[in-house]
Design a protein around this ligand. Structure first.
Ligand SMILES: [Zn+2]
Ligand SMILES: [Zn+2]
Length: 280
């Protein structure tokens, strides 16, 4: 799939790198390989249920593949900055705190992006429509379609933004210490792989380790996400861990924000899959 495959695997085997994020790249590659194999087997079996051909243009796919390659390169730079910045135990604690904060924030990012794409614009919206909004709308029409997506289609759009984040973190703010670099790595990984967590929440029998993490709330639980696919189809947008769903719902901040934006930009379009009585 990507140029430079095996980058993370080689670094880990040589043992010359002490920072776990390098190893994570190997996990990403291995997981992506499994998805590609599954996708190929489905295609060989007749391609039943495959999303409509052309839903992703060749240009868009090439862009997403380029984003994954750029993200991989930049991730290495951020990981090396993190490694250089760790001198003592306090640096390790700072890095752990930064990683935790990044992981937590990724869930909020997923919720805000998901909410915006469900509630505003359309697949025909220039630039963002086909790349970002269309997949969310397709997901409401056919929630199981994402089970058939390969790794690039599943995470490529997300890594467009993550590549920019990691490039900035690596090249512009590398002197900000290990806490920031760990924060950027965790935020980027969890944001880039959000749709992997989302996908696992739609799998009837996920891997045992994933099910364990879901039961402990460290990954999006199926029952938590099922609330998003039920009327009124307008809550529980967070799809990484689901940690922010309760706060966003109880605070009413998204409803308030949407009412303000409607005054500025007209009525947002409802996602498909909403019941007719509440469809805009
Ligand atoms: Zn949605
Ligand atoms: Zn879903």
């Amino acid at each position: 799939m990507h140029a430079g495959a095996g980058w993370g695997r080689r670094e880990c085997r040589n043992g010359g790198v002490r920072i776990p994020p390098h190893c994570v790249a190997a996990v990403i590659e291995r997981f992506g390989g499994k998805l590609r194999v599954a996708s190929r087997r489905r295609a060989e079996a007749g391609g039943a249920g495959r999303p409509a051909p052309g839903s992703r243009s060749k240009g868009q796919r090439a862009l997403e593949q380029g984003a994954l390659l750029a993200a991989r390169v930049c991730m290495g730079g951020v990981a090396r900055s993190l490694e250089r910045g760790i001198d003592d135990a306090s640096d390790v604690l700072g890095a752990l705190a930064g990683a935790g904060a990044g992981y937590a924030l990724a869930d909020l990012v997923s919720g805000l992006v998901h909410w915006a794409c469900d509630r505003f614009g359309s697949p025909d919206t220039p630039v963002l429509g086909p790349r970002l909004i269309a997949p969310f709308r397709e997901h409401h029409d056919r929630p199981s379609a994402m089970l058939e997506h390969d790794f690039v289609e599943l995470v490529g759009s997300s890594f467009l933004a993550v590549a920019a984040l990691w490039a900035a973190s690596w090249l512009l703010v590398s002197e900000h210490g290990p806490a920031w670099q760990a924060f950027a790595l965790a935020l980027g990984l969890a944001t880039g792989l959000t749709n992997v967590a989302h996908r696992w929440a739609h799998i009837p029998e996920p891997p045992r380790a994933v099910a364990w993490l879901q039961r402990r709330g460290l990954l999006l639980a199926p029952e938590e996400h099922a609330l998003h696919h039920q009327p009124p189809f307008a809550t529980h947008y967070c799809v990484t861990t689901g940690w922010w769903n309760g706060l966003l719902l109880r605070s009413g901040v998204l409803t308030w924000l949407e009412s303000r934006l409607r005054k500025v930009d007209g009525r947002p379009r409802a996602p498909r899959g909403r019941p007719p009585e509440v469809r805009n």
